[in-house]
Design a protein around this ligand. Structure first.
Ligand SMILES: C[C@H](N)C(=O)N[C@@H](Cc1c[nH]cn1)C(=O)O
Length: 491
């Protein structure tokens, strides 16, 4: 006689646990304007971590982030990570790291979402069509510095948890956040914080999720590798002051000539790195990788037109992707101290610094190889000037196995939201902290980008499309559900 009652109870239980994706997705769609306003508020903060003058803005950004999470009822901390030493020996306070926690049910999977709210520099006069710190919606694209890198993705992760809360739905996993303000300068201070909190904040974390990269095409992607990068200054110092080029030119061995001379020995016009030991340290592309790259959606013509060039270093897709994702290169960023204004100043600058990147694998190897090489090339010039080479950022590469359950969950979430299979890709940029997360916590990482292929990260007119922002939020909602299904021991 009791039978019907039991079956009713079972029915109720299964309804409560069903994933109500449709309701959550509708909630996201109907709160779209609110999310755009939240992004507008964040983009308005000039949280440029590379400019110490902007440090108060960065502190404000961290406080705003913490406050948003506090208002959602999270357990939030602003973790002091100490000071940053500047090249001139002065020190400035590092922006605090925001940690937050939603749920602590030991029977559930715990994910930790990492993101950053600092940005690269931007000025209208650099060629932006709109004010970089005033989010501007043009045809469904939200233009503003940091919109895609990485403010909208961080907000999307916050909205994802907020949607579950607003609909009174239980979160399928415990969610932690680590949000920092120094990613764009190499995540200063974060390694030490992760190490210090390994057995506390990170002790129950099962998986780490990072959404700080972009799709390669219009097809959603999951990212399983990032390049590392080493940032150098090579300074050549000559006469004790700038010199009139007519009065002294021809007698002086110029710092600029020395600097350009050594610059020309680092990489040849075909992209071959001339610094010994750098290219050779990277394994050749395997047959399996070749096949994977071949299957990836990547339109070379589209890529050329996106960046506005008629020719690239390589013509076929696989070579291009391999040189974008896994082979090292040298990129030159600037010469500090040189005359750069309009006009015809005739002066020999006394001191110049070459600012460049060697995008590669392990910073320690690169630092030694590059420093030794440049000094040896410089020595051959027999110049009386002085060369000083300094590596100011050494960010490690990261690589994961995309066969893991974590990626299967990612594929299922992409299928749910976009009704297609994601591309499995690598990223040419660096997430400086990814390798530390992997090494210190021993946990698996997935990178789940929502940025578009044409977002213009670090460039003029950076944007995030409404489509990617809103559908990306749905993707995170779906992912929380998919990742909750992984057995806690399975990786
Ligand atoms: C991929 C990520 N959004 C990013 O842009 N990372 C930076 C990290 C950085 C900055 N300086 C050194 N590393 C990048 O790859 O440039």
């Amino acid at each position: 006689m009791n039978l019907p009652v039991v079956s009713v109870i079972l029915l109720v239980v299964s309804t409560v646990h069903a994933f109500q994706y449709t309701e959550l997705a509708q909630y996201i769609d109907s709160h779209q304007e609110e999310y755009v306003e939240a992004l507008r508020d964040w983009v308005a903060i000039e949280s440029d971590s590379s400019n110490v003058q902007k440090r108060p803005e960065l502190h404000r950004m961290m406080e705003m982030t913490a406050q948003k999470l506090r208002l959602m009822g999270g357990t939030v901390e602003l973790v002091d990570i100490g000071e940053q030493e500047l090249p001139d020996g002065q020190t400035v306070t590092l922006p605090k790291v925001v940690t937050a926690q939603f749920g602590n049910d030991p029977s559930k999977v715990t994910v930790c979402v990492y993101g950053h709210v600092d940005v690269q520099p931007a000025k209208l006069e650099d060629g932006w069509a709109t004010e970089p710190y005033n989010l501007t919606d043009i045809n469904g694209n939200l233009y503003g510095r940091g919109a895609s890198d990485n403010k909208a993705p961080v907000l999307a992760w916050i909205h994802a948890v907020g949607a579950y809360q607003a609909l009174n739905m239980e979160l399928p996993v415990n969610v932690k956040y680590v949000i920092e303000g120094m990613e764009e300068t190499g995540s200063n201070g974060l390694d030490a914080m992760i190490l210090a909190q390994r057995d506390t904040f990170f002790s129950d974390v099962d998986y780490i999720i990072i959404s700080d990269c972009s799709w390669l095409s219009r097809r959603p992607a999951l990212t399983y590798g990032t390049r590392g990068n080493c940032y150098f200054f090579a300074e050549v110092e000559g006469p004790k002051q700038d010199l009139h080029s007519g009065v002294y030119g021809g007698t002086v061995i110029e710092p600029m000539t020395d600097l350009i001379g050594i610059l020309d020995t680092m990489i040849n016009p075909s992209g071959k790195i001339l610094i010994p030991g750098i290219r050779e340290a990277v394994a050749p592309l395997s047959d399996e990788e070749w096949k994977m790259y071949q299957d990836i959606e990547f339109d070379v013509e589209n890529y050329k037109s996106k960046i506005g060039v008629s020719h690239l270093m390589y013509t076929n897709k696989v070579d291009l992707l391999a040189h974008l994702w896994r082979y090292p290169t040298v990129t030159i960023h600037g010469i500090e101290g040189a005359f750069s204004d309009r006009g015809t100043k005739t002066v020999i600058p006394l001191r110049l610094s070459l600012i460049y990147h060697v995008i590669f694998l392990y910073p320690v190897v690169v630092m030694l190889q590059v420093t030794d090489y440049l000094h040896s090339v410089f020595a051959k010039r027999k110049s009386p000037n002085k060369l000083k080479v300094t590596m100011v950022i050494g960010a490690k590469p990261w690589l994961a196995d995309p066969q893991q359950a974590l990626y299967e969950a990612g594929k299922a979430a992409v299928r749910r939201v976009f009704d297609m299979e994601p591309d499995l890709i690598r990223e040419g940029g660096t997430i400086p902290i990814a390798k530390t997360f992997q090494d210190v916590t021993g946990k698996s990482i997935i990178m789940m980008p929502i940025g578009g292929f044409d977002d213009g990260l670090h460039s003029q007119n950076e944007k995030m499309s409404r489509y990617n922002y809103i559908e990306g939020t749905k993707l995170f909602i779906a992912y929380l559900n998919e990742v909750s299904k992984i057995q806690k021991t399975s990786v």
